[in-house]
Design a protein around this ligand. Structure first.
Ligand code: ZN
Length: 438
């Protein structure tokens, strides 16, 4: 029989990691002889969920096996009880096992969990309806992600991540990967991997910080690409295991809902289209804020300090510019109004920016002076006259295109620039080859 196993929220701040438990479950199931129908799926859900400690990631394993669903559920529970820190606050693991084909309601639930806030009650009623088996520990919050991961089929866009895990004795110590080999890999594999290094700062992005069991994660367009890229790294510590996940990383899967300002809901991922209502300004801490309005109202948009040069782009907006803001809705609080935290900005139409200056004397080249209110302009020396000021359009140093923060400030889900180019190139392939064919 065909089984879908969703696992979520075994992460905690002090260590523990959903993907590591998934990797252990994969190895256990493989030893029992099950057939995997897909790469393990690593699914990032709504990044704006406020109670999430990290990347809001869940895992789904899709297998064909003779093992009954109850036994599979028990196996996964054993791994969770062995590895996760159930006593840590915010660690609320959940496991869901679904037999057969994934019903469309579960797919819809996955879409909801990617962009909005869903509750354990929503998950429980759906689990009953589709006859799935589920276990939620602690608050039971984890069954949301477990069910949503099952419903996310990754059938539009997807990427791959090879995650390698440290052996127990090394967890908490500095990661021993030759940095030069990371830069070299990033350069050689730049067409098929992404977000290895932040170009603005040179910061290495494939290694997490802190005590978690992940040594590094390499992201790319195919399983072969991430495997090859990983093999290029010179790693100087033992690796416990590595596993390739198929993911929604770098796909913008969460930025799909166009929402009017009056319909904004807190903690949701949205797209808001409108015009800039006020010149952007910088507040304490270096964050840049502007007001974006549509026919239903207006909302503050923020580009935070960690978004680096992205703020310089936002600062160049002028009132009247038409833009599309992509990001998460931060609830009002602490004297700060409801704010759209910008993850990306698309400039659709720039207004002409006009300056006016006094005319220049055609004889001597000096600026003319006004002869008084409502009167013409004169050069005192040459006695020349011009009727009015000269209006000239100022060049707007801003492109009508998509603007992104640097990779170091990206969410897992954020689609990086390099993937836009890749998609364009794919669609360009057909006309080019026809054009060149003899
Ligand atoms: Zn003159």
């Amino acid at each position: 029989m065909r089984l879908h196993i969703g696992i979520d929220d075994t992460d905690s701040l002090s260590g523990g990691c959903t993907t590591k438990i998934a990797a252990d479950v994969v190895l256990t199931l493989a030893r029992k002889g099950v057939t995997f129908l897909d790469y393990p799926n690593l699914i990032r859900l709504n990044p704006n969920v406020p109670w999430k400690t990290r990347g809001n990631g869940a895992v789904c394993l899709r297998i064909e096996s003779d093992i009954p669903p109850e036994t599979v559920l028990e196996l996964v529970m054993e791994e969770i009880e062995r590895s996760s820190r159930l006593s840590d606050p915010g660690t609320d693991p959940g496991v869901v096992v679904l037999e057969g084909t994934v019903p469309s309601e579960v797919v819809e639930f996955g879409e909801e969990a990617l962009t909005r806030i869903v509750t354990p009650a929503d998950a429980i009623s759906l689990i009953k309806k589709v006859n799935a088996q589920a276990i939620g520990y602690c608050s039971g919050q984890g069954i949301i992600g477990a069910l949503a991961a099952i419903g996310t089929m990754l059938d539009r866009d997807c990427t791959f991540e090879l995650i390698s895990y440290r052996s127990r004795a090394f967890i908490g110590k500095p990661r021993l990967i030759d940095e030069e080999s990371i830069f070299q890999m990033s350069k050689e594999m730049k067409e098929v991997t992404f977000n290895n290094v932040d170009p603005e700062t040179g910061r290495i992005l494939i290694t997490p910080r802190g005590p978690d069991p992940i040594l590094c994660g390499v992201r790319g367009e195919s399983a072969e690409a991430v495997r090859k890229a990983f093999q290029m790294l010179r790693i100087r510590e033992p690796i416990d295991a590595w596993i390739i996940f198929r993911t929604n990383h770098g796909t913008d899967a969460h930025l799909v809902r166009n929402v009017a300002v009056s319909e904004l809901e807190d903690n949701c991922a949205v797209i808001v289209e409108g015009t800039v209502k006020e010149k952007p300004h910088t507040i304490r801490g270096g964050h840049v804020i502007f007001l974006l309005g549509d026919q239903t109202g207006s909302v503050h948009c923020a580009a935070y300090e960690p978004t680096g040069r992205f703020r310089e782009v936002v600062k160049r907006l002028e009132p009247g510019d038409t833009v599309r803001g992509f990001g998460g809705v931060r609830p009002p609080g602490g004297g700060i109004p409801r704010t759209l935290n910008l993850e990306k900005l698309e400039v659709l139409k720039l207004v002409a920016s006009v300056t006016s200056q006094n005319p220049v004397c055609p004889k001597c080249g000096k600026r003319m002076k006004s002869a008084g209110k409502g009167q013409s302009f004169r050069c005192k020396r040459c006695q020349t006259q011009e009727p009015s000021k000269i209006h000239s359009e100022v060049w707007r140093d801003l492109q009508e295109t998509v603007h992104l923060p640097p990779p170091r400030a990206h969410r897992h889900l954020t689609k990086p620039y390099v993937r836009y180019q890749r998609q364009r190139r794919k669609s360009d392939l057909l006309p080019t080859s026809i054009w060149h064919s003899p």
